[in-house]
Design a protein around this ligand. Structure first.
Ligand SMILES: Cc1ncc(COP(=O)(O)O)c(C=O)c1O
Length: 395
């Protein structure tokens, strides 16, 4: 079995949902009432409950997080041929969303201690690589307008979002926070996704809370929320005549998905306790392995450790990492490498990249371990045993 072909159906998967609450009850309510599509009370209820979970006044539900990112960028005014500063080490969705707008990503390397967007490098680029002309910021090299910062809070940790928001305000940029992996994560006692102009959550099947598929935009700005709701519902201006003054999208979440999401969200506090227990248990049982780096906790952060991830010792070859991963997968453990940095992905190899070496190093050494909210103590023990055994063999 080659690394790219490894089965998704591991005995102990990487991250799968747990349905032990009102999921069946709420789905049945939708079916009994006949409200299965985008109209229906669960969609509004899911939005309301997200606003209180993240403490943002407005939330707009979408079919998935990628659609929410697309709309978030549009509502903050991003135009074709403008540029967006985005994390280099991330799942690809936010970078694709930039291209859906016809704009260009500028990839920002990771901070080696937090693994998130490197704020120093971001600041250096804004100070030295850009220039203001008539109140607008331009990239000196490409001559394109720089419009937005899109930091991605990866793995249930946080970027230095207060500093990023301050830089955005100094350089007159908007901020779209990708908090797809960060439901429940707080920075300086405030939920991530609420520091920028718009934040985005995902309810994909592998997230802490799932709606099967689903996303949410959260914002403090009434007008942005109105615009997002308009664009995600085909930009309909007149219900009776079906008049559309703009090109909209069919991005609204369905009632069935929202029903699942509401039931899952009720269990969020318990899920977060479990996530933190999983992280602490891995940390306690792996901390003695020489050269292994445990998952960091960035300062001022209350993390959720969405996927508990460790770094193999410095200088580990890719082949060695793959041997460990394959060894684990052959024994039924669904461990996974970190994402390939965006600067090496075929559609993005020509993008401007600020650094990239740290993201590459993290990719070479990172292994995410099974972290499902339903993971039992016995399963965790098995994951630890198999990881330790493969680590020793490879060392
Ligand atoms: C960082 C990040 N952004 C965006 C997304 C996209 O969300 P969705 O899968 O709901 O489209 C994901 C993953 O699902 C993600 O991990």
């Amino acid at each position: 079995m080659a690394i790219g072909q490894a089965s998704t159906f591991s005995e102990i998967p990487l991250s799968v949902p747990l349905f032990q609450g009102n999921e069946w009850k709420y789905l049945k309510e939708c079916l009994d009432a006949g409200w299965v599509s985008s109209a229906g009370s669960f969609v509004d209820r899911f939005e309301r409950e997200i606003t209180s979970a993240v403490e943002a006044p407005y939330a707009v539900a979408t079919v998935n997080g990628t659609a929410a990112l697309h709309i978030a960028l549009k509502t903050t005014g991003l135009e074709p041929e403008e540029e967006v500063l985005v994390s280099d080490l991330t799942f690809i969705a936010p970078v694709n969303a930039i291209r859906y707008c016809g704009a260009h990503p500028v990839l920002v390397d990771s901070d080696p201690s937090s693994w998130q967007m490197d704020t120093e490098r971001l600041e250096q680029f804004l100070q030295e690589g850009c220039v203001f002309k008539e109140g607008k910021l331009f990239n000196r090299k490409t001559l394109r307008r720089v419009r937005t910062i899109l930091p991605v809070h990866i793995l249930g940790l946080t970027c230095e979002i207060d500093r990023i928001a301050a830089l955005a305000s100094q350089f007159r940029l908007s901020v779209v926070e990708d908090a797809a992996e960060a439901l429940g994560v707080r920075y300086q006692d405030r939920h991530v996704g609420t520091f920028g102009d718009v934040g985005v959550l995902s309810f994909n099947g592998n997230k802490v809370v799932t709606a099967g598929g689903g996303g949410m935009l959260v914002t403090r700005h009434k007008e942005l929320a109105r615009c997002a709701r308009y664009l995600t519902t085909q930009a309909k201006d007149d219900d009776f005549e079906s008049i559309h003054h703009e090109i909209g999208y069919n991005y609204r979440l369905t009632n069935l998905q929202a029903a699942l999401g509401v039931a899952q969200l009720e269990q969020l506090p318990a899920f977060l306790v479990k996530k933190r227990w999983i992280a602490q248990s891995y940390a306690d049982r792996l901390k003695d392995l020489e050269g292994l780096t445990l998952m960091p906790v960035p300062s001022h952060t209350e993390p959720t450790f969405w996927l508990y991830t460790v770094l193999l010792p410095e200088g580990t070859a890719l082949s060695q990492r793959n041997r460990i991963l394959m060894g684990m997968r052959e024994q039924g453990i669904g461990a996974r490498p970190l994402w390939h940095p965006i600067h090496g992905q075929p559609p993005y190899q020509k993008c401007e990249v600020l650094g990239g070496e740290i993201a590459t190093d993290l990719y070479h050494r990172g292994i995410s371990l099974p972290s499902s909210v339903g993971l039992s103590e016995e399963e965790l023990t098995r994951c630890v045993e198999v990881f330790r055994q493969e680590f020793r063999v490879s060392g």
